[in-house]
Design a protein around this ligand. Structure first.
Ligand code: AMP
Ligand code: MG
Length: 394
């Protein structure tokens, strides 16, 4: 059997970062920056007031309370050409340029709010309530680096440095296709021998949570031709494909039957539980990566965490490797088959981790009750209560 780490290494050696694309900043949410972004100007671009109040010379208000003549108003958006002589003040609004000669702003709350003359009740230290040019960003400073995930604040700074468009690696478009003659769409009546189809919903959601676009292509029966026709139709819009089911050792394994003859997808047993039957390769003229995951819901979920999620990071130009783990103490004994790495569904609370009841790879409710996977190494067949284990938080 193939070790888990080698399967991931093969996948990461195959997938490539998506080509960068210039997009409007509104469309960049969730994408990964593919350039360093520098500011062409200092931010703030000019000295300005941090408060509504009065621009003064600090020395003139040192002996407050004092009453001084108000020579005018400076509002946000004014060109900033006015100047202030000794003994004079101007009203000033938040964001308005500081008049030449002023070296402090007195907040309106420290005054009587006068418009012709103003009584100032408290002295203001030099530089009070002034935002200096360049104190956030100097001209030429890089504000975002290549590889940054673009969230709302990153879109904010892109706009703040005057950018309308930006070079990003787009969110990979991932098609999710389930197979199984026994599958019924949720929301429709359950026929004899059927179960409701859950994997495509779960995997498409996992794709979205991983920063990519997930599209459900629904499910097909166990007819290899139907599978292949649907896959061909979906390939046009896919940067990657995930299938579920149809890769085990039984009869009626449409994914294996349809893709094996291509010679570009390898099906193998990976030394893990759940999720032993795995397939990976490329399909179509564009050599789109395809992950053929086993159909048992917990197996497909764990396979996604271990193999697909890191691949989606690599496609976004992000550092990619095995999922991060933490260490915790297990609350009860656990068992694991020899020669396979186990991923037990568990609840992680602080530094302890409790396996959930129901470790079957079909037990989706138990997965939904878990928030972590306990990793039991290949060579361990049992661990006692109190053992320290590696845990993948979900
Ligand atoms: P397979 O890998 O196709 O042999 O399927 C293994 C098990 O997973 C079977 O019990 C299937 O009924 C179940 N299964 C396969 N695909 C799905 C799916 N999309 N949603 C829920 N269960 C599934
Ligand atoms: Mg099946």
């Amino acid at each position: 059997m193939k070790p888990v780490d080698r399967h991931l290494a093969d996948i990461l050696a195959t997938v490539r970062p998506l080509a960068p694309l210039e997009v409007e900043i509104e469309a960049a949410l969730g994408a990964v920056l593919a350039e360093d972004v520098a500011s062409p100007v200092p931010l703030p671009p000019f000295d300005n007031s941090a408060m509504d109040g009065y621009a003064v010379q600090a020395g003139d208000v040192a002996a407050a309370p004092v009453t001084l003549p108000v020579i005018g108003d400076v509002a946000a958006g004014d060109g900033g050409l006015n100047a202030l002589g000794p003994g004079l003040v101007t009203r000033i609004m938040t964001g308005a340029p500081l008049p030449a000669g002023a070296d402090a702003v007195v907040p309106v709350e420290w005054t009587d709010g006068g418009t012709a003359r103003v009584r100032i009740d408290r002295p203001a230290p030099l530089g009070n309530a002034i935002r200096r040019a360049g104190e956030d960003v100097r001209a030429g400073d890089v504000v975002l680096r290549e590889g940054a995930r673009i969230g709302p604040a990153q879109i904010g700074i892109l706009a703040g440095v005057g950018r309308r468009r930006v070079l990003v690696r787009p969110r990979p478009r991932v098609v999710v296709l389930s197979t199984g003659a026994e599958l019924s769409e949720p929301g429709t009546p359950l026929g004899a021998g059927h179960i409701w189809e859950s994997n495509s919903f779960m995997l498409a959601a996992a794709v979205r949570e991983a920063g990519a676009e997930g599209f459900r292509a629904g499910s097909v029966t166990d007819d290899p031709k139907e599978f292949m026709d649907t896959l061909d139709a979906q390939l046009l819009r896919a940067d990657a494909v995930i299938t579920s089911g149809g890769v085990s050792m039984g009869a009626y394994e449409p994914v294996k039957e349809a893709l094996s003859p291509l010679g570009t997808v390898t099906f193998e047993k990976v030394a893990m539980q759940p999720g032993m039957p795995q397939g990976f390769g490329v399909v179509g003229p564009d050599r789109v990566p395809i992950f053929t995951l086993p159909g048992n819901p917990v197996s497909s979920f764990v396979s996604f965490v271990l193999f697909v999620k890191p691949a989606l990071r690599a496609m976004q130009g992000l550092p990619a490797g095995p999922p991060a783990t933490v260490r915790a103490t297990v609350t009860g004994p656990v068992r694991s088959p020899a020669g396979k790495r186990s991923y037990l569904r568990a609840v992680l609370t602080g530094e302890t981790v409790a396996p959930v009841t129901g470790q079957g790879s079909h037990q989706l409710a138990a997965l939904a009750a878990a928030n972590a996977l306990i990793v039991v190494p290949e060579d361990d067949t049992s661990l006692p209560e109190g053992a320290e284990v590696e845990v993948i938080p979900l």
